[in-house]
Design a protein. Sequence first.
Length: 116
Amino acid sequence: MTSPSGGVIRSAEQIYDYFKGLIVSGRLGAGDKLPTVRQSTIDLEVALGTAAKAYKMLEQEGLVVSRGRAGTRVAESGALLPGDVAAQVRATVASAKRHGVARDDVASALRAYWDA
């Protein structure tokens, strides 16, 4: 996995920054599930302790809640958007990209619907 800027993620701080970015940007919404720590170690090719430290940092900041076998989920208080809203935004963006709709046009349409 690489960071949004294209760099390889190797440290706990970089993993923390990556997931925090997804949460505060709304790409992950409240209740959305993060990969398991073990899966993150595989995806990122880092030590288990490195990924676990990053998840602990996210939890300490209140961005995620870890519930044992239920996994780690974005906290209600940490998310910019509720999970279902974030999912709809992701779907809308993907659809707009497939149809070649400009980002500014989508934003303008959203503002128009919001203000109506």
